[in-house]
Design a protein around this ligand. Sequence first.
Ligand code: ADP
Ligand code: UDP
Length: 249
Amino acid sequence: MGKFFGMKIEKKSSLYDGKSKTLFETNHSDLVIQYFKDDATAFNALKKGQIRNKGFLNNSFSTHLFLYLKKLQIESHFVEKLSEREMLVQKLKIIPVEVVVRNRAAGSLCKRLGIEKGKVLRPPLVEYFLKDDSLGDPLVGETHIQQFGWATLDEVFQMKQTALQVNQILSSLFEKIGLSLVDFKLEFGKNSKNQVLLADEITLDGCRLWDHTPGESMDKDRFRLDLGKVDEAYEEVFNRLNQYFMEQK
Ligand code: ADP
Ligand code: UDP
């Protein structure tokens, strides 16, 4: 296992078994381990399957992106990649709001409001969804978030600003590897010092990426919509990103 300021980190019991990751306690009360699985779900877990090597690919992909964001002053829960499928992160109290940034219309936005798929959204649209599977993650507004105490207005402002910065950074990064960032979901949480940090993962499970040339989906929509070549798309995008970072070294 890894080390944290000289302390040897040991994996303890499972804290939470999610749809695509399992969280483990460690011998440090402020740190947990995220274990990335190959399991994939869609439509509020009505569709279930596996994507070959997804755990490894998502852990590596997220590690690249959290490190890249850190260089550009965006702090996250990321501490260290421990192994192929394990990431050491700060233990956070997750804010139960998913922050979605959209550069083009797709997915639930098209269904909900009849917006044409692919319509460019300038400025980017920021939406919030309550993180509650039993309610189907409903769309909520800033006033709901404040009213029901899911986050303060100041925290909402911080999440929104960070999400828009992440959007600028990742949009130009993905452009360099021939992909358009259509939309993505972020989660945030508070650490023991009450700092709001970017949490969870940034992977193809929670992004839409369209290839420049054929305009094809290179993300979890291949799984959601049975488009085929799901494993290949995850691998291809990871390889392009990996190659890009290797060339920068
Ligand atoms: P789900 O909960 O939707 O099944 P996952 O399988 O990805 O999703 O499970 C990971 C869970 O861990 C998510 O609920 C996420 O909010 C939570 N989480 C992510 N980062 C942290 C963190 N740093 N501390 C505590 N919980 C976290
Ligand atoms: N998303 C996610 N988890 C969710 C819901 C959405 O990661 O529970 C991501 C999804 O991959 C997409 C973006 O957020 O990149 C916007 O998703 P949308 O609201 O269109 O929902 P969808 O129809 O894709 O479920």
